[in-house]
Ligand binder design. Sequence first.
Ligand SMILES: Cc1ncc(COP(=O)(O)O)c(C=O)c1O
Length: 424
Amino acid sequence: MSRRDFTRLFLAGGSAALMAHPAWAQIAPRASALPAGGPAAGEAFWKGVRAQFVMPPDLAVMNAANLCPASLPVVEALVRETKSVDQDPSQQNRARLSGAREDTRKRLAAFLRVTPEEILITRNTSESNNLVSNGLDLKAGDDVLLFADNHPSNHQAWTEKARRFGFTVNFVEQKNPHPGPEYYVEAFGRAMTPRTKLISFTHLTSSVGDLFPAKELCRMARERNVLSMVDGAQSFGLLDVNLTDMAPDFYSGSAHKWPCGARECGVLYVNARAHDRIWPSSYSAYPGAVGLSRKMEAFGQRDEATMIAFAEALAFQDAVGRTDIEKRSRALAQQLIAGLRRIEGFTVWTSPAPERAAAVVSFQPGNLDSRRLLAALYEKDKIGVTSRGGTDRPGLRVSPHFYNTPEEIDRLLAALTRYRQRGV
Ligand SMILES: Cc1ncc(COP(=O)(O)O)c(C=O)c1O
């Protein structure tokens, strides 16, 4: 089917309630080239969504936890705005683009259900996480409490800064299989002391896809006058995140993962109540125009085209439907877990329970060599996933998103079954 078949326009209906909020009212829903009928139309709709990606239909990349393809509207915005700067690098055109950067901030605020004054546009989750660990006043006698399976940008970043500034880092250990949300609420509660100044965990881990009870952990921290920082690299753009409801002090994310935005753009949310607790890491020209961005987002010259493309990615997700995106990715992961459990000798590290996992699935493929399997899947079967080495729950990781299909999951399961029977 050609793209023309999908040019009937429809407006995002699901975001009507959100748009009624005064702070978000200025974010108009956008028309989008998607098939009529919405997600209720089933696979026909999702085929139309897939047609909005330039990834060819016979290539099944299911590695959203690492990098998602950008949708056509995003690629087109990136090219259009990059061309615009190079065709007209005048101050006047740059001023127009700075306005567009503020529109991106508003759209990000609407997407995360917070205010533009609390949003910083960064390079990625790594930078967002480090803006927090660099920016807080922590000293000898203070403790930071981390989940042990955090990404290096939220793990090593703290241990290195502890060496420099003299504070202490403690850890809540990871358990496999996921023992349930209550376990981690209790474990963090037990490990916090009067010295604890901040807790930080990963909303959805990139290792085996453990989902954390973010709202409960943030509430517990708040009640003890402790700051909370949520690494949202794997939940932003996958789960229908509502930061007003979750109420962390800090939340970070990247455009190029689940939001399917352009590369090298990200977000840091800083709750208004924490604005006077954090120092800028960078002092330069061209800060943002509102709220905390005036103090913390002076990063010098930026690439506005990337930021505009980021807004386009969020608009695309709004048009498809946030809850439907989450539902579809979760359903694909459930299909995968069920199939993997039927393959003799395979160990699935990820829980099938919806309150313990979402759409990041890791497993050990019996005694097959993961690296060779990874290569064979790509070269012979045109399936892209990733491998995990080491001794900590090694194997393959598959992270399907809304542009993937049930047929692609079946294709992966059939290929794995074949390699299990005949070797790689
Ligand atoms: C949980 C988590 N945090 C942070 C990051 C870093 O993201 P980025 O490379 O976009 O900065 C990743 C990347 O995979 C991640 O999975």
